[in-house]
Design a binder for this molecule. Structure first.
Ligand code: CUA
Length: 386
C-alpha cells in the first residue's frame, strides 16, 4: 500500500514538474521563436502550425477522456464483477478508420499547399545572396554588388524580395532563422565553372525566398548536426532600411586606411605579414585568403566568432584571436598557442594580438564615408542594429 502511495506521489511530482516546465516556456523574450514571424514565409508556416495543432487538439482531448474514463470506471476493486467482454464492433471500427483519414486529409492538403507556397520562383528583381555553409560559420556573397562578401551576419534591406541561394563548402548544414522562415538544408554542391559567385549550379541549390518590412536583428542557427561546433554555428540577419543597406554596400568597398603610426596601423602591418592573410580577406588590402570568413568591415558586425559571448569589442576580438577553440571547439583557425584546422599556432604575442584586434575593430568604423546621402563621416551607421 505504501509503495502505491509513493508511486502516486511520484506521479504528482512529475506532473507538477512538467507543468512548471511548460509554463516557464511562456516567459522570456525568445529571439528564435517561430511564433512571431517577420516575413510572409514565416506567417504561412505559423498558420500551418496553428491549423495542425487545432486538428490534433480534439484527438488529444478524446483520447484522454476515454482513457481516464476507462481507467477509473473499470479499475480493479475487491468486490467488482468481471465487466462484459466485447469482441468486435463494426460501427466503431469504421468510425475510427474514417475519422483519422479525414483528419489526415485536413492536415495534408494545407501542408502540401504550403510546401508549394514557400517555394515560389523568385521575381526578377530579387536580391540574390549566395549562402555558403562552412564548419562552423556562414558566408554571404552578394553577386549583384560586385561579389562583396561577409560572414555570419546577413545584411538585407526591407521591402525587397531576398533570394538566398544556398550550398555548403563541406558537410550538410541547415539554414534557419525562425522569425524569417525555413529551415532548409544547405547541401554540398560544386560551384559551376565560370559562375562560382552566382550559385548557378546545375545541381539545384536550395533557396529560401522571403521579404520583410521589419527593421531589426533576427537570430538563428545551423539546424543540422555538422560536427564539433554545430551548436554554436549561429547566424543573424540584420535587416535595415534600403538607404542604410546601400550605405553598408558602399562602405564594403572602401579600403581601410589607419592613421600612420597608430595602433591600428601596426595591427594592419602585423595582420598582413602573418598567417592571417592565408585565410582572410579585407577588401582593398593585400589580405586575399578565402578559407576563413571575409573580414571586410568586420568592426561593424555585432558579434565576432561567437554570437552568444563575443560582442564586437577590441577585447573580445583579442580573446578570439588568442584562442578561437575556447569559443568554437574544433574551429579551423589556430590560436596564438594552439593549432587549429591543421595550421600551427600563429605565435602572435599579446601585444601583437592587441594591435591586430584594434585594426580589425576599426574596420568599417573609422574608414571615411564613401559618397553617401549622409553628412556623417562614420559609415558604421547603427540604424538597423537597434
Ligand atoms: Cu552547420 Cu550544424
Amino acid at each position: 500500500m505504501s509503495v502505491r502511495r509513493n508511486l502516486l506521489r511520484l506521479h504528482a511530482a512529475l506532473v507538477l514538474g512538467a507543468l512548471v516546465g511548460v509554463l516557464a516556456g511562456c516567459e522570456g523574450e525568445h529571439p528564435q521563436s517561430t511564433f512571431r514571424p517577420v516575413t510572409e514565409y514565416g506567417v504561412i508556416l505559423d498558420r500551418l502550425f496553428d491549423h495542425t495543432v487545432w486538428w490534433t487538439m480534439p484527438v488529444l482531448a478524446l483520447v484522454w477522456i476515454v482513457l481516464l474514463y476507462v481507467v477509473f470506471r473499470y479499475r480493479e476493486r475487491p468486490d467488482a464483477a468481471t465487466p462484459r467482454q466485447i469482441h468486435g464492433n463494426a460501427k466503431l471500427e469504421v468510425a475510427w478508420t474514417i475519422g483519422p483519414a479525414i483528419i489526415v486529409a485536413a492536415i495534408a492538403v494545407p501542408t502540401i499547399r504550403t510546401i508549394f507556397a514557400v517555394q515560389p520562383k523568385p521575381p526578377a528583381d530579387a536580391l540574390k545572396v549566395e549562402v555558403i555553409g562552412h564548419q562552423w560559420w556562414w558566408e554571404f556573397r552578394y553577386p549583384d554588388f560586385g561579389g562583396i562578401t561577409t560572414a555570419n551576419e546577413l545584411r538585407i534591406p526591407t521591402g525587397r524580395t531576398i533570394d538566398l541561394v544556398m550550398r555548403s563548402a563541406d558537410v550538410i548544414h541547415s539554414f534557419w532563422i525562425p522569425r524569417i522562415g525555413g529551415k532548409r538544408d544547405v547541401n554540398p554542391l560544386p560551384a559551376q565553372p565560370g559562375h562560382p559567385e552566382h550559385g548557378a549550379t546545375t545541381a539545384h541549390p536550395n533557396h529560401i525566398i522571403f521579404r520583410t518590412d521589419s527593421v531589426g536583428v533576427f537570430y538563428g542557427q545551423c539546424a543540422e548536426y555538422c560536427g564539433d561546433s554545430h551548436a554554436v554555428m549561429r547566424v543573424r540577419a540584420v535587416v535595415s532600411t534600403p538607404e542604410d543597406f546601400d550605405r553598408w554596400v558602399q562602405a564594403m568597398n572602401v579600403a581601410p586606411a589607419p592613421a600612420p603610426g597608430s595602433l591600428e596601423a601596426q595591427g594592419k602591418q602585423i595582420f598582413e605579414t602573418h598567417a592571417c592573410v592565408a585565410c582572410h580577406t579585407v577588401n582593398g588590402t593585400n589580405a586575399r585568403g578565402v578559407l576563413g570568413p571575409n573580414l571586410t568591415n568586420v568592426g561593424q558586425r555585432l558579434y565576432i566568432g561567437d554570437q552568444d559571448r563575443l560582442k564586437t569589442t577590441p577585447e573580445n576580438l583579442a580573446r578570439w584571436i588568442t584562442n578561437p577553440q575556447e569559443f568554437k571547439p574544433g574551429a579551423k583557425m589556430p590560436g596564438t598557442k594552439q593549432s587549429g584546422g591543421g595550421l600551427p599556432p600563429t605565435g602572435l604575442t599579446d601585444e601583437q594580438v592587441r594591435a591586430v584586434a584594434a585594426y580589425l575593430y576599426s574596420l568599417g568604423r573609422t574608414t571615411p564615408a564613401a559618397p553617401a546621402p549622409t553628412t556623417t563621416t562614420d559609415t558604421t551607421s547603427t540604424s538597423g542594429m537597434k
